[in-house]
Ligand binder design. Structure first.
Ligand code: HEC
Length: 151
């Protein structure tokens, strides 16, 4: 009986691994065969450079916020967040702004406002609240990245 039991366990482990492998190969096939459906923003090479460098700055801001939360360093959180807040929104070149569709501008505007909100809330909010807000902020990154591309 014990023997049968362990055979059963071995089988279910095998099936679980096979299912996982099949799942993964389907995902890879999807990537290889399906077209990129994200909307191309149609930026020039110079505009794209500027645009992507702002994106990398936003990633650096998120890094600073998370690191600040981990050490409860309120100043670091606020400073990192403020860098990608309204200041960055205003700095977007007019030529780029004109090309961005309204749906992009809506998500982008909200994202910069959320950075500002984190900067303000860093003064007094509990760290777990700031972490939750950062999680919501990063949902914005995911939403936009799923919809648009820059080349
Ligand atoms: C309103 C739209 C939008 C939002 C919001 C957004 N991004 Fe992006 N991001 C883009 C697009 C479009 C690209 C180019 C993607 C591509 O061409 O594959 C990009 C690219 C990037 C890159 C790659 C930069 C490079 O040098 O190639 C990073 C890093 C990045 N984003 C970070 C972030 C982070 C972090 C956030 C959230 C805090 C964020 N982005 C929010 C639209 C957005």
């Amino acid at each position: 009986m014990a023997d049968l039991n362990s055979k059963c366990k071995a089988w279910s482990a095998f099936l679980a691994v096979s299912a996982l492998t099949i799942d993964m190969s389907v995902a890879w096939a999807d990537d290889a065969t399906h077209q990129d459906k994200r909307l191309d923003l149609g930026l020039t090479a110079a505009e794209r450079n500027e645009f992507l460098s702002e994106m990398r700055q936003m990633l650096a801001s998120v890094q600073g916020i998370v690191a600040g939360i981990s050490t409860e360093d309120r100043q670091k959180i606020a400073k990192s967040a403020r860098y990608s807040g309204n200041r960055m929104a205003r700095a977007t070149p007019v030529s780029v702004r004109r090309k961005l569709p309204p749906s992009f501008r809506d998500i982008g505007g909200d994202t910069h406002m959320m950075f500002e909100e984190i900067a303000v809330r860093a003064e007094a909010d509990d760290m777990d609240m700031l972490a939750a807000l950062t999680g919501r902020l990063m949902q914005q990154c995911l939403t936009c990245h799923a919809m648009f591309r820059a080349n």
